[in-house]
Ligand binder design. Structure first.
Ligand SMILES: C[S@@+](CC[C@H](N)C(=O)[O-])C[C@H]1O[C@@H](n2cnc3c(N)ncnc32)[C@H](O)[C@@H]1O
Length: 267
């Protein structure tokens, strides 16, 4: 996880370069195809929940936010992010699915008198997300794989709950994570939720869980305990001016992933 501080565009070009490798491209395309066929809105055909609302996001991220000493309510945390006078709080969601969370977040923030501008990036769900754009929830909609999206502005808050950071291939995950992290404004917060399994298995592969570790090129022979690896990543982020907190989601059976990473850009 060692890397220099770079601009987001650097990471998109790094990702494009990596995609010239045949195996990486093949896996990337296969994953996109699989997401397309499994992200339907009907619970009968979907393997992935693509329509979580504010309650579920808050239940999940509230745990990490609380452990970081930031409170346990997303809207309250966002209301405290510094913004320039007269400017909206810029929010980015990576992989919003149907956009249900964004619609509910906008309602809650409006009630709290927090003016926000929302960018949504998703490779799928163009129909549902376009409806949210038409209704004024989403200000900018990007419908392509988030790996190929270059943020052109800085965001006060970035959400990625089972988004591209989770679903991308190992080879691209580090670049994708850093690209989003370096798109944060000073004082901004990024909330990432992902499903991690220590052991490799065919069912974990089928469900596109993160297996083995965060490494771009996991060594099949050596599986570093996840907490050791996360501690290392956390220290690198701290050196780069971020407060970082990894924590497991402790509850089972409510269809939320098992780990989160919360980053706060401090400088
Ligand atoms: C399981 S759904 C989660 C949706 C929403 N965040 C939630 O928790 O309800 C995964 C979402 O991520 C999107 N997605 C997955 N990989 C992506 C990628 N590489 N680029 C952009 N979107 C991606 C899918 O299209 C889908 O909308």
């Amino acid at each position: 996880m060692r890397s220099k501080t770079r601009r987001p565009a650097y990471y998109t070009s790094q990702i494009r370069r990596k995609l010239r490798d045949y195996d990486t491209r093949l896996e990337f395309d296969m994953r996109q195809e699989s997401i397309k066929h499994n992200s339907h809105t009907s619970p009968f055909v979907s393997r992935f929940n693509s329509s979580r609302g504010y309650f579920a996001y808050n239940k999940f991220f509230g745990i990490g936010l609380y452990e970081m000493g930031l409170g346990n309510d997303i809207a309250q945390v966002l209301a405290n992010i510094p913004r320039e006078r007269g400017k909206p709080l810029e929010i980015l969601e990576d992989g919003p699915g149907t956009g249900r969370f964004l619609g509910e977040l906008k309602t809650v923030l409006t009630r709290e008198k927090v003016n926000c501008a929302i960018t949504a990036v998703d490779a799928h769900f163009a129909k549902e997300l376009t409806e949210h754009k038409t209704s004024g929830v989403i200000n900018r909609l990007v419908t392509k794989p988030a790996e190929l999206f270059t943020p052109r502005k800085k965001y006060g808050a970035i959400f990625s709950l089972m988004g591209s950071v989770h679903y991308t291939t190992n080879a691209l995950r580090k670049s994708q994570l850093l690209k989003l992290a370096y798109s944060l404004k000073k004082g901004g917060i990024m909330l990432v939720g992902f499903n991690f399994v220590q052991e490799k298995s065919s069912s974990a592969y089928f469900l596109m869980n993160i297996m083995g570790g965060f490494s771009e090129n996991p060594n099949e022979e050596r599986v570093m305990p996840i907490r050791v690896e996360m501690d290392g990543i956390k220290r690198v982020f701290q050196k780069k001016g971020f407060a970082a907190h990894f924590c497991p989601y402790p509850f089972k059976g409510d269809d939320l992933p098992n780990w989160m990473l919360i980053l706060k850009r401090e400088r």
